[in-house]
Design a protein around this ligand. Sequence first.
Ligand SMILES: Nc1ncnc2c1ncn2[C@@H]1O[C@H](COP(=O)(O)OP(=O)(O)OP(=O)(O)O)[C@@H](O)[C@H]1O
Ligand SMILES: Nc1nc2c(ncn2[C@@H]2O[C@H](COP(=O)(O)O)[C@@H](O)[C@H]2O)c(=O)[nH]1
Length: 400
Amino acid sequence: MGEAPAFLVDDLQNEPLNGFELKNGTCKTATTIGNKMYVIGGADDGTLSIEVQIFDRSLGEWIHPTVHGTKPLSSKGHSAVFLNDRILILKKGAKSDDQIWFLEVDTQYVRQQQKQLGTEVVAWSKGVTGNAEKPVVISGPSGVGKGTLISMLMKEFPSMFGFSVSHTTRAPRGMEKDGVHYHFTEKSVMEKEIKDGKFLEFASVHGNLYGTSVEAVEVVADAGKRCILDIDVQGARSVRSSSLEAVFIFVCPPSMEELEKRLRDRGTETEEQILKRLRNAAAEIEQGKSSNIFDFILYNDNLEECYEKLKKLLGLGGCVAATPKSALRELNLPLDHSVSKIDDKIIINCISSGLEKESKNLIMLDVSALKGGAPGRTRGLDFQAIGSFSDGLIGMERLS
Ligand SMILES: Nc1ncnc2c1ncn2[C@@H]1O[C@H](COP(=O)(O)OP(=O)(O)OP(=O)(O)O)[C@@H](O)[C@H]1O
Ligand SMILES: Nc1nc2c(ncn2[C@@H]2O[C@H](COP(=O)(O)O)[C@@H](O)[C@H]2O)c(=O)[nH]1
């Protein structure tokens, strides 16, 4: 705390308007919320990397917050708009899938993290257009068939679902590939990353550490796909109490005898590991059935029948669109644009200069139905082109 960035505090004490762009050549914005001023933007090292500093006006001190989430890539500038508990960042001249970001400053997740860490916390969350469906959490005892059901789903709907690749400290099995089935990792490395807030959830399962990184879920959302998490009951409980909204499914075996047969027939574990997994299974099934974690329980007796039920509860019973709606949406914000806010609507005035004339496009971004957020992506953005001016208003067109 206390060490100032390389521009003058005096600049900030003139009460700049929210989203005010500081004219110091480093593409920073200052947004005031209560006693705190969030200065967001290019680092002074010339890399334009997007950093966050907070100036506490009551103490007259700089705070360096703990920043969670993957931060935006560097940009040529941005606009900042305050929305109740987060700051909307519109990056100038960025690629269409990297234009809209949120810096969460007072959301439930941020408050939780502040309480846990005892420090000032802010969290980045990228905005994704449309209403990609909620992630799906699938739990159940080892050997029940979770992986088999997930593989069937991914094979039938490759453009709809994406698998959250977990981290684990267990050794890879024969056919398992690093980065595909798991991120195989050292315990000390994973523990450090957990401490740094990089994991959405983690648990010790059958003697090894397993966890879902925030990035694993973000990668799937960025591809416009619905995320599937294959995690144990402890992990499902953690996700349930986090701010990640998901559908929770517990898969049960028809009997303990059948579960044992499947585990033995799979032939991937030693006798000792099989016995450990079977001992844990009884407690997992008890918790899966009795706790309030799960929305649905599926019995995996006949595989085909169980798969049909899984599809039905995911809304895939009938004819299914192969591509989620969100993957079709595209918006290109030029370098030159200005932003204003009317209630829950953000009006973006895009100016582009052609050879002969300058044209202006007005785009409305509706932020009234935001969903999700850190840890993970912010969904529910809705864009509408509300006018195009060169010789006058040309027309209205809906982009989403
Ligand atoms: N309904 C079923 N009937 C018979 N065998 C099944 C059924 N479902 C899955 N299996 C088989 O059971 C074994 C265990 O399945 P799978 O590996 O999918 O379990 P899992 O729940 O993902 O286990 P883990 O949690 O250990 O990763 C596999 O050999 C699979 O082919
Ligand atoms: N809490 C978490 N549990 C996880 C995660 N990834 C997998 N798992 C669960 O571990 C067991 C054993 O898996 P295996 O591949 O060693 O057979 C199984 O129940 C998985 O659901 C995770 O990221 N977090």
